[in-house]
Design a protein around this ligand. Structure first.
Ligand code: NAI
Length: 409
C-alpha cells in the first residue's frame, strides 16, 4: 500500500537479521526505506545497541528479543518475526512499549499439506523400507502390505488452514475424507465432519493431526486413542510434538497394531542442526521421521518474506495492526484528505474522552476513529479533517496515559 507519510520514507531504517528472504527486501526497497541486512542473529547486547536507531526490526527464530533489548529502542515502531513462532520475542514487553509484532501464520500451510500427501503414499507403499533395502543391495519386490490410497479413508483432526488443504488434495487422489474440529467448520470438497474424535479414529485408515498446541491438545493421542484406531492404520503428525505420546505410538507400532507412522514434530526438538536427536520411534519399520520441516520450502520462505514485510509496511504507513500477535487489532482504511494520528495508551477509562476534548479544543473534526484495547493498552487511530495533527499529537503525548503517539500524515 503506497501512502504519503509526514515522516520521510527514506529515513525509515529497517534492520533485517538471520537471512530473511529477498521478497521482504523487495517490499521495503519499493517503499524507499533504508535497509540494513545482517546474516546471522545478534546477541541481546548487540541488538539493544542496534535498536536505538532502528524503526523496523525483522528476525527469524534465533534472535531473542527481550525487554532488555527493547529498553532503549525509542524509535522502534514494529517487529516482524519472519517465521511462524513468536516465542523468541518477549511479546508483553513489546506490547507495553506500543510495539506490534507481526508473524506469518499461514504462508507455509500448503507446504505442510503437500508433505502429508507425500507421506500418505510413502507409508502405504512402505517406500522408505524398500528404498533402504535397495540401497543395501537387497531386492524385495513385494505386494503384501502395499496398498493404493484410492478409496481409503483419511481422518483429519483439526480442520483449519492445513487440515482443509490436506482434505482437498487427498480427495483428488480418490480418498474419502472425515474431519473433526472443536469449531464448526465449513466442509470443503466432499469431506464429512464427525462429532467426535473417537468416531474418526475408529473409521479411518490414515489419521493426520493438524491442531494447535493448547492445553486441550496436549497428549490428545495416547495409548487409549491409538487402541481405537483400526488395526493396520497409519498415524501422521506434523502439528505439534506435545499432541502425541510417542512412547505409546512406538508401542502400537511394535505390536503391529499400526502399520506405520510419519512424525515431523517432537515433544523435545534439537535447537540446532548439530545437536543430537533421540526418539522412541527410531529404528522402527515403516516410520518416517522428519526434522520439523513440514513448512520448510523455498516457496514458503518467499511467501513468509512477503506476508510479514507487507504487514510491517501497512503498520508503518497506515497504522494497521491486523494480524499482530501482541496488539489490539485496528484496520481503518485511510480517509482521503484526512490527517492520521496513532496513539497507544495505558488502558484506563477516559482516554478517548481526553483525546477527543483535545481535538475539539483545537477546532478539528474527527473524520474517522477506531479504538481497540487489550488488558494493558489501548490503540487509537484518529483521522482529522484539518492539519492540526502536530498540535493534537503534542497534547496527546502530554497525557499521563500516553505510551506512544505518532503522526502519520
Ligand atoms: P489453524 O489454526 O488454521 O487450524 C487448527 C484447527 O485445529 C482449528 O480449526 C481449530 O479449531 C482446531 N482445533 C483446535 N483444538 C482442537 C481440538 N482439541 N480438537 C480438534 N480440533 C482442534 O492452524 P494451521 O495453520 O492449520 O496449523 C495446524 C498446526 O500445524 C499447528 O499446530 C501449527 O503449529 C502446525 N504447523 C506445523 C508446521 C511444520 O513445520 N510441521 C508448519 C506450520 C504449522
Amino acid at each position: 500500500m503506497k501512502t504519503r507519510t509526514s515522516f520521510p520514507k527514506q529515513d525509515i531504517k529497517v534492520l533485517l537479521l538471520e537471512n530473511i528472504h529477498a521478497t521482504a527486501l523487495e517490499v521495503f526497497h519499493e517503499e524507499g526505506f533504508q535497509i540494513e541486512v545482517v546474516k546471522g542473529a545478534l546477541s541481546e547486547a548487540e541488538l539493544a545497541k542496534r535498536l536505538r536507531d532502528v524503526h523496523v526490526l525483522g528476525i527469524r527464530s534465533k534472535t531473542r528479543v527481550t525487554a532488555a533489548a527493547l529498553a532503549d529502542a525509542r524509535r522502534l515502531l514494529t517487529i516482524g518475526a519472519f517465521c511462524i513462532g513468536t516465542n523468541q520475542i518477549e511479546l508483553d514487553a513489546a506490547n507495553v512499549r506500543g510495539i506490534p509484532v507481526f508473524n506469518a501464520p499461514f504462508s507455509n500451510t500448503r507446504s505442510v499439506a503437500e508433505l502429508i500427501i507425500g507421506e500418505i503414499i510413502t507409508l502405504s507403499r512402505r517406500l522408505f523400507d524398500r528404498s533402504r533395502e535397495a540401497h543395501e543391495g537387497k531386492w524385495r519386490k513385494l505386494a503384501d502390505g502395499s496398498f493404493e490410497v484410492r478409496g481409503k479413508t483419511l481422518g483429519i483432526i483439526g480442520y483449519g488452514h492445513i487440515g482443509s488443504q490436506v482434505g482437498v488434495l487427498a480427495e483428488s487422489m480418490g480418498m474419502r475424507v472425515l474431519t473433526c474440529d472443536i469449531k464448526s467448520t465449513m466442509a470443503i470438497g466432499n469431506s464429512q465432519s464427525l462429532a467426535t474424535m473417537e468416531e474418526l479414529l475408529e473409521a479411518s485408515d490414515f489419521v493426520t493431526l493438524h491442531v494447535p498446541e493448547t492445553p486441550r491438545t496436549a497428549g490428545m493421542i495416547g495409548a487409549a486413542e491409538l487402541a481405537r484406531m483400526k488395526p493396520g492404520a497409519y498415524l501422521l503428525n506434523a502439528s505439534r510434538g506435545t499432541v502425541v505420546d510417542l512412547d505409546a505410538l512406538a508401542d502400537a507400532l511394535r505390536r503391529n497394531h499400526l502399520a506405520g507412522a510419519a512424525v515431523d514434530v517432537y515433544p523435545k526438538e534439537p535447537e540446532t542442526n548439530s545437536d543430537d536427536f533421540v526418539s522412541p520411534l527410531q529404528g522402527l519399520p515403516n516410520v518416517i521421521l522428519t526434522p520439523h520441516l513440514g513448512g520448510s520450502t523455498v516457496e514458503a520462505q518467499a511467501a513468509i518474506g512477503k506476508e510479514v514485510s507487507v504487514a510491517l509496511t501497512k503498520f508503518v504507513n497506515a497504522g494497521i495492526t491486523t494480524g499482530a500477535v501482541n496488539f489490539p487489532q485496528v484496520e481503518l482504511s485511510p480517509t482521503p484528505g484526512a490527517h492520521r494520528i496513532l496513539n497507544v495508551h495505558r488502558n484506563v477509562p477516559g482516554v478517548l474522552r481526553d483525546v477527543n476534548r483535545i481535538v475539539s479544543d483545537l477546532g478539528a473534526n474527527v473524520r474517522a476513529q477506531t479504538l481497540a484495547t487489550d488488558a494493558s493498552i489501548g490503540y487509537l487511530v484518529t483521522d482529522l479533517d484539518q492539519d492540526v495533527s502536530a498540535e493534537v499529537a503534542r497534547a496527546i503525548a502530554g497525557l499521563e496515559t500516553n505510551i506512544r503517539t505518532r503522526i502519520l500524515y
